[in-house]
Write a protein that binds this ligand. Structure first.
Ligand code: PMV
Length: 330
């Protein structure tokens, strides 16, 4: 083989019903079911080039080499794809996110989803997308959900993600209040394991998460915002409660995180439908109906500590880009 290359575009996803904790650490199977919304406005573009010139895999993010852990994780996924294709050639991976990386903005989700699909396509493997979600899930469980557009679920102990509804089913707006550009201190895998080992509330979280997931899913299918909002917020806060009770505590909230929560609650008291969710980082994601997006966005931007607000509609499935397309990869 000389060179085999593919370029893929994926989108971040934000869980409305959260995944936190593993049923099987070695196989990276989730302990709880989760349901997410894929976001059109937060994109990852990844090129995978298998070439016999290389003596090892390489990972570049926005033009910078990524040695150590990130490269190891990428290499593990590449090796699985190599084994399926029966090749041994190493790959150069060049990736770019058009949003902050590794700060709780789901960059690992879109990143590993793009890597899995680009590697599969570069090696001409004819796999159903569902099978690609399982490859992505082994690297980062939330990544399985980024291969589909719209509303997507990953059930407890599931190998692969499944579409719940396409993006046009319910075109809500997700506003992301960015409160920091820094990378987070504790990655989600370490955070989950620490929570499972030391938090007395972890077991309660795992027991209750399926109920919250079912509530979120029913509300999404019924397009019922009043039913969705409390379940989304409880899922995020119950997940964070399990982390807060870990020893030492895992606190992703910053003052700006609480300021945004307060803003959302104020808006709701004043009659605007909005709900928040928070991942393993300080940002707050706020879900609103499109008609309220401008007002809510303006209020979030004024909350103390908010650096900027991203706005996104539900996003599409992952796509393979034509070769030679002028992409921002360096
Ligand atoms: O897939 P991971 O290991 O990056 O974990 C993601 C965990 C959360 O973002 C906090 C929740 C979720 O379901 O996406």
């Amino acid at each position: 083989m000389s060179e085999k290359v593919a370029t893929v575009r994926t989108h971040a996803n934000i869980a409305l019903a959260k995944y936190w904790g593993k049923a099987d650490i070695a196989r990276n199977l989730p302990a709880v079911p989760s349901l997410s919304l894929t976001l059109a406005g937060m994109r990852t573009t990844t090129e995978v080039r298998f070439t016999s010139e290389l003596a090892a895999d390489e990972l570049w993010l926005s033009g910078k080499p990524q040695p150590g852990k990130p490269l190891e994780r990428a290499s593990k996924l590449l090796s699985e794809v190599r084994a399926l294709a029966g090749v041994r050639t190493f790959a150069r991976v060049r990736s770019h996110n058009d949003f902050p990386t590794a700060s709780g903005l789901a960059s690992s989700a879109s990143g590993f989803a793009a890597l899995a699909l680009a590697a599969v396509k570069a090696l001409d493997l004819r796999l159903p997308l569902e099978r690609v979600t399982a490859l992505a899930r082994a690297a980062s469980a939330s990544a399985a959900r980024s291969l589909y557009g719209g509303y997507v679920e990953l059930l407890a102990s599931a190998e692969h993600a499944t579409r719940v509804a396409p993006p046009e089913h319910w075109p809500l707006t997700m506003l992301v209040a960015v409160t920091s550009e820094a990378a987070k201190d504790t990655g989600s895998t370490d955070g989950m394991q620490h929570t499972a080992r030391t938090s007395p509330y972890y077991a309660s979280w795992v027991t209750d998460a399926p109920r919250l997931f079912a509530e979120v899913k029913a509300a999404v299918l019924a397009k019922d915002f009043e039913r969705l909002a409390p379940a989304v917020e409880q899922s995020a806060l119950a997940m964070h409660a399990s982390m807060l009770a870990a020893s030492p505590a895992l606190i992703y909230f910053r003052p700006a995180t609480l300021a945004v929560i307060e803003t959302v609650r104020d808006l709701r008291r004043a009659g605007t439908a909005a709900c928040f969710t928070i991942d393993a980082g300080p940002h707050v994601k706020v879900l609103v109906e499109p008609k309220d997006a401008a007002l809510v966005r303006e209020r979030l931007a004024r909350a103390p500590g908010v650096l900027r607000v991203l706005e996104s509609a539900p996003g599409p499935d992952a796509s393979v880009l034509p070769q030679g397309a002028p992409e921002v990869l360096s």
